[in-house]
Design a protein around this ligand. Structure first.
Ligand code: FAD
Ligand code: SIN
Length: 524
């Protein structure tokens, strides 16, 4: 089956939905998502959106905090753009109906998280992502120009490669003509031809055993762009959130928002000792990379599988008002957070790198734009400041729309595209071949490419991954398309990119810590 459109959007999180609403006036929009529309990382966001909305705060302070967290690798121009344009984008969200909490005086009840010098995080209790996803989903549903296709999986981007031309990486002449998409319900491949394609496929958390990310986060967009020979960068900077609820076997790991530490909660060892003051003067509100490493270290010293977060000394009414979702979740496991410490452990949470985009949201491939967690804009550098990712997705989705809309009149649909060729392939009978590979991959990434790395660990990870890569490619070539085989293939690609880029960085900086090069290099 073939479909054509002006804008093809892949992904229904904050970035995809924002872009859809912005471009809908200017052409036909097809938005595909591999699961339900609200099955996104966006939906799970807790803490909120960082934006300067208070007279005590300044754009400069937010810029400085972002640069400090980014540990020397942020693009300063990009930081200025995102922090300056952010408040206007947040105001648009509010105008569309997103409710952010206010205090008794009617001012926004701004929270504080690690690395922020001011209270500046707008939130909807501890379910900010739910509120944002709800608002945008409702707007998209009302817009007749946007066709949403749920359970449609983007398998590969279409470029000159499919026309039989050799495409050379890093050449800027690669063009995108749309994507091959798998309709999961009909079990049918579609060719979606588009003038502009927009990738908003989110992160990669599921290449690790413990992650806060829902199952959809398998790095598909990054892997597709990599296969299409687009530029990818900064993949070594994987952010581990310091405090996921320790509840072995639960997927995704339930997040205990950093806003709790902003509210006064304290990290303690299993025998009740406060420890963050040993690591940094900012104690529990130190940027995440340092807190996650400190927890990892404390767990290793004591041989424990978690530490604790202590809220017992905090105002119970305040806790109830700000964190009802967390209180309910803990209660369901028999933890009364007013009386009991919460067991917490770091979990893979966010990818700072990804598809390289310029300030217009354009990838290195023509007619291919991208935004959100799948991208590397230069905002986060070596470590993302808490609650800056929703902001980045908002700002860059709008920028990508602003700069791609004028192109649409000059681009012609390319009709000369062959259908997906699955000649000689068969339905995979043995699902265990896939499930076992993914299990092994997660084990490799968690054991050797986690919070602390070394040359030896990375070398070992690469060797083991190569075996999985060969077996997966062989399986992919022989099998009819399925979501499972595609996700495995993509997870292998993004794991490869994380390991390769981690191996290449011979220093410790931000989220990348290697015991062989514990210092930061002076030359950037
Ligand atoms: P997502 O929201 O993840 O959307 C990705 C979309 O792409 C999904 O619809 C998915 O189905 C689709 N997709 C993926 N692959 C394919 C494919 N092959 N074909 C078709 N569709 C595909 N950030 C903050 O700033 N503040 C917070 O408080 C915060 N809290 C967080 C809490 C949790 C538990 C988590 C997991 C993340 C949190 N983050 C937070 C990070 C933030 O939520 C994400 O970075 C952001 O929402 C990403 O938005 P996105 O639109 O890029 O991707
Ligand atoms: C949190 O609420 O702690 C998550 C915030 C973020 O990831 O930015």
């Amino acid at each position: 089956m073939q479909k054509e459109t002006d804008f093809l959007i892949i992904g229904s999180g904050l970035a995809g939905l924002t872009y859809a609403l912005k471009v809908a006036e200017f052409g036909k929009v097809v938005l595909i998502t591999k699961s339900r529309i609200d099955d996104t990382n966006t939906y799970y966001a807790q803490g909120g959106v960082a934006a300067v909305t208070d007279s005590l705060d300044t754009t400069q302070k937010h810029i400085t905090d972002t640069l400090i967290a980014g540990d020397g690798l942020c693009n300063e121009d990009v930081v200025k753009i995102v922090i300056s344009e952010g408040p206007e984008r947040v105001a648009e969200l509010i105008k569309m109906g997103a409710n952010f909490d206010k205090d008794a005086n009617g001012n926004y009840d701004l929270a504080k998280e690690g690395g922020h010098s001011e209270h500046r995080i707008l939130h909807h209790k501890d379910k900010t992502g739910y509120e944002i996803q709800r608002t945008l989903t409702e707007q998209v549903a009302k817009n007749p120009k946007i066709e949403v296709l749920e359970n449609h999986f983007a398998v590969d981007l279409i470029t000159q490669h499919q026309l039989g031309f050799t495409v050379i990486r890093e050449k800027t002449n690669i063009e995108c003509y749309g994507a091959y998409v798998f309709d999961e319900k009909k079990k049918e491949m579609m060719t979606v031809l588009a003038k502009i394609t927009f990738v908003a496929t989110g992160g990669i958390g599921n290449i690790y055993q413990t992650t806060t990310n829902p199952e959809i986060a398998t790095g598909d967009g990054i892997a597709m762009v990599f296969r299409a020979k687009g530029l990818i960068e900064n993949m070594e900077f994987v952010q581990f959130h310091p405090t996921a609820l320790y509840n072995p076997g639960e997927h995704p790991a339930f997040l205990i928002t950093e806003a709790m530490r902003g509210f006064g909660a304290i990290l303690r060892t299993k025998n009740g000792k406060e420890f963050m003051s040993k690591y940094d003067v900012r104690k529990d509100l130190t940027p995440r990379d340092i807190v996650a490493r400190a927890i990892d270290n404390e767990m290793k010293i004591a041989g424990n599988d978690h530490v604790f977060l202590d809220c017992t000394q905090l105002d119970a009414k305040g806790l109830q008002a700000h964190f009802p979702n967390i209180i309910e979740k803990c209660a369901s496991l028999g933890i009364d957070i007013m009386k009991d410490y919460i067991p917490v452990v770091p979990a893979a949470h966010y990818l700072c790198g990804g598809i390289k985009v310029n300030k217009k949201g354009r990838t290195s491939i023509q007619n291919l734009y991208a935004a959100g967690e799948a991208t590397s804009t230069g905002l986060h550098g070596a470590n993302r400041l808490a609650s800056n990712s929703l902001l980045e997705a908002l700002v860059y989705a709008e920028r990508a729309a602003r700069f791609s809309i004028p192109k649409i009149s000059d681009i012609k649909i390319n009709y000369n595209i062959p259908s997906w060729n699955d000649e000689g392939t068969v339905h995979l009978e043995e699902m265990v071949l896939i499930t076992q590979e993914i299990k092994e991959l997660k084990q490799i990434m968690s054991s050797y490419v986690g919070i602390v790395r070394s040359d030896l660990r990375l070398e070992r990870a690469l060797k083991r991954l190569e075996i999985i890569y060969r077996e997966t490619e062989d399986l992919f070539d022989r099998s009819k398309v399925s979501r499972e085989i595609c996700e495995l293939r993509n997870a292998v690609s993004v794991s490869y990119l994380v390991i390769k880029m981690a191996k290449h960085r011979k220093e410790s900086r931000g989220l990348h810590f290697t015991s062989d090069y514990p210092e930061k290099s002076k030359i950037l």
